[in-house]
Design a protein around this ligand. Structure first.
Ligand code: 3H9
Length: 669
């Protein structure tokens, strides 16, 4: 199959790109476009050229799979130059998404027409890159500095209407008549002749750049690419000669492309998509129909889970045991939606529509007609078994029964029913309406179509779903405990909560382990018996009434706005506990904190793979990035472990006395 074909409509030559699935600019597409333009220029009967695409979308960018490989085919910039310098008008006809290199292709075209549903953008920043084929220099010449700064640094595409309003495109086509409208528009362009984006002056004011940097300081902390994008847009404003700006852009692009951040972010792009694939399951596995969902438990988790489905128009019956708790849970859901509406995310009609899809109930029997029931009750095996035993009697045949357990044995839960093939884990992360990760836990007897349906419904409600096997804590929490144990030990050996947390936030996590403990609440699972001697620092904190952010004191002290400061009382409690445990305080380096807390996690990841509890290393990375705030520019613990080097990690783990996974040892050998 040829990836670019030509056809002629009177005096208009039409180049059609056909490179499924997203018409990426693979080497053969670049070659085909270049050849097609040359053909049009040579042929006297051709007066203008249209570039359009087959399939779902216009060109969605460079072919990311080619990055880092030996170059093949014509250089992208050379192809763009061929289009830009063409002596006959070249018109881009856009549908679907014109992204990255795809948008850059349209920028060197002399005219642009798009269907109303098209989206146009430069998402390179999300891959740790910038539009390095002139995008940062040509875009400001069409849409102005402000719009270009926003588009390049945030990477969000804009609608065709906005593109028309800002001057990015010249004309809207009919939604279903792009091919004909583009040819008609090309005819109009013949008399006007080629027109060059590069010749336009840069309009606008660079003050937006400082504003964007200030507004996004938290979100961009640690990232290189947003700043590099903005430096390039500033260079467009500062250099009237586009060649100088292009040179600057090239240098910035090469820096990003050769750095570890972009490598990590590009890896994550594919990891995220790979996670959706279930090894050994036919792609055409028939899914079960999920028209109605039941949620058991109207607490924080149950409420958050419920919101995901209501937002997608799926009715939910939510069941609680006590009226007061049910009312409180439903009230919280409403309050959350109303807060979003106040920020402009929903209209009040939309809020009412979503709330109208919710049926509160005190009776499990009301779940009889649900296609999927998610249990989010207290984390106790006995309680869960009792609930599943009841569901087994109540729910219709074929209904999927899921537990939101974060640690417990899904096989044991399944065994409390007569239909273990319909049971699995759906582990959401708190706040469940916000966090992107969903661990889908496959029991020994879970049916293939049940697993595939849970993965698909996860995607439908906007989650990134990852398959995990049954083991204590599955992928994420199992690795988390390998980090928590050394963090607590380091506290006893002499590090302060602040030192440890700072190492984590400098690494790029949103918070460290002790900030996280304060946020979650230290009294969760605490026995509350004040006559007992504390067996660890956490219990000692609870005994002193330090429960975390909820009462303004935990490992830190908090003001009303929840700003934290180191707490002399907490430090004294740690000191006291340390001396009572006869431990000597010593200086601890930040490097030791990294090695002691993060290397065991990498090791646990290898054990998880050895035991077949994760399908692939990249799934583990997806879990940590979307569920626990591992910085995406470090690519997740497994990717990061490779960068650190298996040998270095194994040597350190052996010094620490940690049992090393065989596969990690083999890698280090
Ligand atoms: C760039 O252009 C650099 C330039 O500035 C040049 C500088 C010199 N390449 O997402 P989906 C695959 S950087 C290769 O599930 P959707 C994807 O892996 C690029 N493959 O579909 C998946 O494969 P599989 C800037 C790609 O409908 C399949 O296509 N552009 C590429 O949900 C379907 O993808 C971007 O960053 C690619 N560029 O969403 C755009 N893109 O089926 C990146 C996708 O084997 N792409 N694949 O798992 C997207 O944002 C979405 O794919 C898109 C479609 C919105 C287009």
């Amino acid at each position: 199959m040829q990836s670019v074909t030509t056809s002629q409509d009177g005096e208009i030559l039409v180049l059609s790109v056909n490179n499924p699935p997203v018409n990426a600019l693979s080497w053969h597409v670049r070659q085909g476009i270049s050849d097609g333009i040359e053909q049009g220029l040579k042929d006297d009967s051709v007066k203008a050229i249209v570039i359009r695409c087959e399939g779902q979308t216009f060109i969605a960018g460079a072919d990311i799979t080619e990055f880092g490989k030996p170059p093949q085919g014509p250089d992208f910039n050379a192809v763009l130059n061929t289009i830009e310098t063409a002596t006959k008008p070249v018109i881009a006809a856009i549908h679907g998404t014109a992204l990255g290199g795809g948008l850059e292709t349209t920028l060197v075209c002399h005219y642009r027409i798009a269907v109303p549903s098209a989206m146009l953008g430069v998402p390179e920043v999300k891959l740790g890159l910038l539009p390095g084929a002139g995008g940062t220099q040509r875009l400001p010449r069409l849409v102005g500095i402000e719009q270009a700064a926003v588009m390049t640094s945030l990477g969000e595409p804009i609608s065709a209407q906005k593109a028309l309003d800002t001057g990015l495109i010249d004309k809207l086509a009919g939604e279903d008549s792009l091919a004909a409208d583009a040819v008609a528009f090309a005819r109009e362009c013949v008399a006007k002749g080629p027109r060059h984006t590069r010749d336009l002056p840069v309009k606008g004011d660079t003050s937006i750049i400082a504003k964007l940097e200030a507004e996004n300081a938290r979100k961009w902390k640690g990232f290189d690419a947003p700043y590099a994008n903005l430096r390039c847009v500033a260079a467009a404003a500062e250099n009237p000669n586009i060649e100088d700006g292009l040179k600057f852009e090239r240098a910035e692009f090469v820096k990003l492309m050769s750095g570890s951040q972009s490598a990590a972010q590009r890896y994550m792009f594919f990891a995220e998509r790979q996670a959706a694939k279930i090894d050994g399951l036919p792609k055409d596995t028939k899914l079960r129909d999920i028209k109605k969902v039941g949620v058991i438990g109207a607490g924080t988790m149950g409420g958050g889970i419920t919101m995901n489905f209501l937002q997608k128009g799926i009715p939910v019956t939510i069941v609680e045991m006590v009226q007061e708790n049910l009312d409180r849970g439903v009230g919280v859901i409403r309050k959350n939606y109303e807060a979003s509406a106040a920020k402009g995310r929903y209209t009040s009609e939309q809020v009412e529509k979503m709330m109208g899809l919710l049926t509160p109930s005190l009776n499990l029997e009301d779940l009889a007609d649900c296609d999927l029931v998610i249990e989010a009750v207290y984390e106790s095996m006995d309680v869960k078994k009792e609930v599943f035993g009841k569901l087994d009697k109540i729910c219709k045949q074929g209904a999927i029964l899921a537990s939101n357990t974060s640690y417990l044995d899904v096989n044991e839960i399944a065994a409390s029913t007569s239909r273990p093939q319909d049971v699995l884990g759906m582990h959401f992360f708190s706040p469940a309406n916000v966090m992107k990760l969903l661990e889908v836990v496959r029991g020994d007897k879970t049916a293939d179509d049940v697993l595939a349906t849970a993965m698909a419904i996860g995607k439908k409600i906007g989650k990134i779903a990852v398959v995990a096997g049954v083991c204590h804590g599955f992928i994420g929490n199992r690795m988390l405990s390998q980090r928590q144990i050394p963090a607590n030990a380091l506290l006893m050996e002499g590090a302060s909560p602040e030192q440890i947390d700072n190492v984590f936030t400098d690494f790029g996590f949103p918070m460290g382990p002790f900030q996280m403990a304060d946020l979650a609440g230290m009294d969760i699972g605490w026995h509350r018996d004040t006559s007992l001697e504390p067996t660890n620092v956490r219990e000692a904190m609870c005994l002193a009434g330090r429960f975390g952010q909820k009462n303004g004191k935990g490992f830190y002290d908090y003001d009303e706005k929840r700003n934290r400061t180191p707490s002399p009382e907490a430090l004294a409690i740690i000191e006291d506990f340390r001396s009572r445990s006869n431990m000597q305080k010593r200086e601890i380096s930040d490097q030791e904190i990294i090695e002691r807390c993060l290397y065991p996690m990498v090791n646990e990841g290898y054990l998880i793979l050895e035991e077949g509890k994760a399908q692939r290393a990249s799934d583990i990375d997806v879990v940590w990035i979307y569920g626990y705030g591992w910085p995406v520019y470090r690519g997740g613990p497994m990717f990061w472990g490779d960068l650190e080097g298996a040998k270095k990690i194994v040597e350190s783990l052996e010094r620490q006395g940690v049992k090393v996974a065989e596969s990690l040892k083999a890698k280090a050998a």
